[in-house]
Design a protein around this ligand. Sequence first.
Ligand code: A3D
Length: 308
Amino acid sequence: MSSRKKIALIGAGQIGGTLALLAGLRGLGDVVLYDVVEGMPQGKALDLTHVGPVFGLDFNIKGTNAIEDIAGADVCIVTSGIPRKPGMSRDDLVKTNADIVRKVGEGIKKNAPKAFVIVITNPLDVMTYLMQQVTGFPAARVCGMAGVLDTARYQAHLAEDLRVSTTSVSAFVLGGHGDDMVPVRSYTSCGGIPIERMMAKEKLDAIEKRVRGSGGEVVALLKTGSAFYSPAASAILMAEAYLHDKKKLMPVAAYCNGEYGVKGIYLGVPVILGAGGVEKVIEIELSAQEKGQLEKSVSSVRSVISIL
Ligand code: A3D
């Protein structure tokens, strides 16, 4: 038995390929890249195998069209599905992607019953909910990647405007991964200084508006798909927190069981991520305005679930 960890990437498209590269570069373990398109995951895996020697790393990446090859995976990261095109909302993807998530969910349940599952497929909160339903895994072992990316976008634009390092900015975004996500201003700071003391309200409003529409801004520029470098990097951070038992506090789409007054759905909330998966949902006091925004975001998620 190898003690190396096994990372299964379900979907070998733009995000899947980038995930494989990052997993190899960061030495997460052996990677299986799975997709339904014949030859494509094998081709990407072969190409990535040739990256190893360049950096003096031993990449072990296998491309496959057989879901059985994910057997025994410790982590599954799911990107299978279609991405947005200009003019589409994330919710427009629901029917097509739900069928795909149901199918791969069955494959994960059968072949990797002990895996920690990170969903990236959109509409994110709803596809994560569906994945948990299909696999029947404990909710702590199924979560979605969105908050890490939304927070990084908030950090990036605040740091850009303040002309400081992104490492000086500590930011927070809650709610569903849609245009009504909630950048939480009251918990955002720069070098420990509350952000509202560093920046005029109008400026903050404008940056938050841009963060909500960041995914769409990328889609409009690319024209053929959606963001892929930053979503992949964000999911790798989550996989590392799980594999290395980091107990890292980060916003992820997690199952809410009464927290924030929300029950029975997945929603972007701050959690502790460690070897137990989503070990704890952290509840923080929100301003009245933030609470109102969160409620709006919750109803958007619920309305998409009702389509399923
Ligand atoms: P893309 O490059 O099209 O890759 C998706 C891959 O899924 C393709 O290679 C398909 O062949 C494959 N696929 C389809 N059906 C199956 C199946 N049944 N089994 C295995 N593989 C299958 O898209 P992408 O990588 O750019 O994006 C993937 C998903 O992530 C989309 O739904 C995007 O909307 C979503 N996304 C989410 C975020 C978040 O922040 C949550 C950001 C960006 C993209």
